[in-house]
Design a protein around this ligand. Structure first.
Ligand code: ARG
Length: 466
């Protein structure tokens, strides 16, 4: 029997039933759906619609239903279109007439919006906490890397030597913006739609503020139309995850590159590598490639949702049911990637010699030569041209850059000393720069920041389950 058997005659065509059903995925909202119903039942007591004894029966039936669904003993029937229908059907079997009162003053429209906000709240907190775990690994690896350095790149051309710690910390700072965004999104989504009804509220004396408080929301909606139609929180969650995915993709691409024989900056631990089914010598960085690959899917989830939303008139439209699968998928996938990338970085082997060898090419200190001239009074643009000329001359052969510098009247042996291996990186002394002095300070700042992030994440609202 459908929920609307009084209005429509006969059963649903199979084609519609199969199109309409969402239980196979929205069953994931079971905990949130039952929590919302508990709050709603208490709200009906407050409105004088149920007695406390009646409410107790419903609370008991809801708990039993939740247990049966979570343990898999409750089997669904074809008319259990979604999680809300299934729970209501079972509660009605258990509590008889009282079950038929459960949906008083409520619609699946405000119900599903409530459930999904609760689910997203918990899911984003889990994603944020997994990001912090990855950042902690990056910080640890940065601390352990001491004075090791590698070339920093622009345009994927060697540019200037930088500390490995600086490079690893750069990824951690990008991730800290992800954590911040996830926390902000949780705060913004933490508004209860429950009590909006189908779209316009109800004539019954329910109090949305009370149900909002019971579910740990900051406050209730102020406009019932907006409450049932707003999926901004899903779009925001998908954007946060898509951008996080882009950061993870960039990290993945780097490991793919660094683990090639051409770079040979790192070796991926065997536990995070795969072999080839045909080529016996192969060792592939599949974790890094999947981190890169999954980001396309995460962006797809966001764009799919935005396109679905863009043409909808107010207020609830069934199209909105298409919000859940991209959201569930994005959360599942990004959690998988985070766990694997965290393990990958934890166990990654860095090859000091290859990194430092690449960073010690004399050209890498060219800017230091120009700045040497600047400190002796030459305007920077002129200094740039002089050093550029020497680099070009050295590339033509005959004399090395070092020799040319040592013999240059305005440069000499003091300037040539700047070209010695490992010197250039120590000269990156400006705040936020890539040398040992600012990096030591930066790692302390990162450590402090991670403490704040941990605090912020653990202060995110959680759903209290009965
Ligand atoms: N399964 C539906 C969804 O996810 C629940 C709301 C259905 N409401 C309706 N009026 N048909 O959006």
């Amino acid at each position: 029997m459908t929920l609307w058997h009084g209005r429509l005659e006969g059963g649903m065509d199979n084609a519609l039933a199969e199109l309409s059903v969402s239980l196979h995925y929205d069953i994931r909202l079971i905990v949130e759906d039952v929590a919302g119903s508990h709050a709603h039942v208490d709200g009906l007591v407050g409105a004088g619609i149920l007695t406390t004894d009646e409410a107790d029966v419903l609370h008991g039936a809801l708990e039993q239903t939740r247990g049966e669904i979570l343990s898999g003993v409750l089997t669904s029937t074809p008319s259990d279109e979604d999680i809300h229908t299934l729970v209501e059907r079972r509660v009605t079997e258990l509590a008889g007439d009282l079950g038929a009162r459960l949906h008083t003053g409520r619609s699946r429209n405000d119900q599903v919006a409530t459930d999904l906000r609760l689910w997203t709240r918990t899911a984003l907190a889990e994603v944020a906490s997994s990001v912090v775990s990855l950042q902690e690994v990056l910080l640890q690896r940065a601390k352990d890397s001491g004075s090791r350095y590698l070339p920093g790149y622009t345009h994927l051309q060697r540019a200037q030597p930088i500390l490995l710690a600086h490079h690893l910390a750069a990824h951690a700072w990008a991730l800290s913006r992800d954590v911040d965004r996830l926390c902000q999104s949780v705060h913004r989504l933490n508004v209860s739609p429950l009590g909006a009804g189908a779209l316009a509220g109800t004539s019954l004396g329910i109090n949305p503020d009370a149900t909002a408080a019971a579910l740990g929301f900051n406050h209730a909606f102020t406009n019932s139309l907006d409450a049932v139609s707003d999926r901004d929180f899903v779009a925001e969650a998908l954007f946060d995850i898509a951008l996080l995915g882009v950061h993870l993709s960039r990290m993945g691409e780097e490991i793919v590159l660094w683990s090639t024989d051409e770079f040979a900056f790192v070796t991926v631990d065997d536990a995070f590598a795969t072999g080839s089914s045909m080529l016996p010598q192969k060792k592939n960085a599949d974790v890094a490639e999947l981190a890169r690959g999954k980001s396309g899917r995460l962006i797809g989830n966001l764009t799919g949702l935005l396109v679905m939303l863009k043409g909808l008139p107010l207020s609830y439209n069934r199209d909105l049911q298409e919000d859940k699968e991209p959201l569930f998928d994005a959360v599942d996938q990004v959690l998988l990637v985070l766990r694997a990338v965290t393990g990958l970085y934890k166990t990654l082997m860095f090859h000091e010699e290859a990194m430092q060898g690449a960073a010690d090419a004399p050209g890498a200190a060219a800017i230091d030569l120009a700045e040497f001239l600047v400190s002796h009074g030459t305007p920077f643009r002129q200094a740039h041209a002089v050093i550029g000329g020497l680099v070009a001359e050295s590339l033509r052969g005959g004399a090395t850059l070092s020799e040319l510098v040592a013999n240059h009247p305005e440069l000499g042996t003091d300037a040539a000393a700047l070209l010695r291996p490992g010197v250039a990186v120590t000269n990156r002394t400006s705040p936020g720069g890539a040398g040992p002095i600012p990096v030591a300070k930066q790692l302390l700042q990162l450590e402090e920041h991670l403490k704040l992030e941990n605090k912020a994440v653990s202060a995110l609202p959680v759903l209290r389950v009965r």
